[in-house]
Design a protein around this ligand. Structure first.
Ligand code: MN
Length: 329
């Protein structure tokens, strides 16, 4: 396990890079049915009991490859969001996106689609009739308190792949492998797809102020010394100046590297909402149920809105990350 760390940054180059390398914490996925008439199941690794956030990333769903003829694909009726951005990133298939900003876009493989919910937005996501296999991730980014009531926004970006020895990297948010995404973020953030050739190893410079998460899609990938299997999310605490990824298999491997500075705020997550208090959630739920202008209207979806579920009886508690102590610097 120690061998993977021999190619870390030059000692003394950055005082934040020294010391004992942090151990990767393996976050397993759990299967979650998305619900609705055509129930598609996703593998969720964030949030979970052991961890709420990696940087501002607060939600990681991984799905497919799904044979749409069997699963029915994706059909998510109008539903609201507050306090977050949604990131759609596909490996295969195509999703039609409509939102209350008036956006109508096709989400395609290798293309970032970033929707900012801010104070309130609603949208639909439906896999297109031509889609035979649906495969990708949906991620949420929590907005920091000072920006969580920002206006709605939607944008797309298709990063050009960077080819390294044994790997290719598509940077959709932040900076990696000498590329910076032009898409702005509200907190320091990294999101990139990394494809590794069979048995290839690559070392990438990263910001030591960032914590990182590697979600493996395909193959067994050794991340900072720990082997991750498909659908697992490996968490690495701040302090690394490089990360090394090694494909331990004889076929192409693929993973998504997420990162960001520790979020530093507790959040309240319920249904499709990210707030700071139980009251934030109660108000957003009432606004959705009242068809308030806060969420606007989605045109072009042939079906009813998704009603908000009943609130739990208990007050929804804020969630943070485990107190940083042992093993982190
Ligand atoms: Mn959504």
């Amino acid at each position: 396990m120690s061998g993977a760390h021999t190619d870390r940054a030059v000692p003394g180059a950055d005082p934040r890079c020294g010391g004992e390398p942090a151990r990767v914490e393996v976050l397993p996925a759990r299967d979650v049915p998305l619900g609705g008439p055509r129930a598609m199941t996703v593998r969720r690794t964030l949030p979970q009991r052991a961890r709420t956030l990696i940087g501002a990333w607060c939600f990681v769903d991984h799905f497919g490859p799904d044979d749409v003829a069997v699963t029915g694909g994706m059909d998510v009726a109008p539903h609201p969001h507050i306090g977050l951005q949604t990131v759609s990133w596909l490996f295969s298939g195509e999703i039609e996106h409509r939102d209350s900003l008036g956006s109508h876009a096709l989400v395609r493989p290798g293309e970032l689609n970033l929707m900012t919910g801010g104070h309130g937005i609603s949208h639909t996501e439906v896999s297109t009739p031509d889609t035979t296999s649906l495969h990708g991730v949906q991620l949420w980014v929590a907005l920091p308190d000072e920006h969580r009531h920002t206006g709605r926004d939607f944008r797309s970006h298709t990063p050009r792949p960077v080819h390294l020895d044994g790997a290719s990297v598509r940077v959709f948010l932040g900076s990696l492998a000498g590329v910076t995404s032009p898409v702005p973020a509200f907190t320091p953030l990294l999101g990139a797809e990394i494809v590794l050739q069979p048995r290839a190893t690559t070392t990438l410079a990263v910001d030591p102020a960032f914590e990182h998460g590697l979600l493996v899609d395909r193959g067994d990938v050794r991340f900072a010394g720990t082997v991750l299997r498909p659908a697992e999310l490996g968490y690495l605490a701040p302090g690394a100046c490089t990360v090394t990824l090694a494909n331990e298999t004889d076929t192409v491997a693929r993973a998504v590297l997420l990162g960001g500075t520790p979020f530093g705020e507790e959040i309240v997550m319920w249904w499709n909402f990210v707030g700071r208090s139980h009251q934030d959630i109660v108000e957003a739920r009432l606004d959705w149920e009242a068809a308030s202008d806060r969420f606007g209207r989605v045109d072009g979806y042939p079906g009813a809105r998704i009603p908000a579920p009943a609130l739990p009886n208990a007050t929804i508690a804020p969630r943070g990350n485990p107190t940083r102590s042992k093993g982190t610097r």
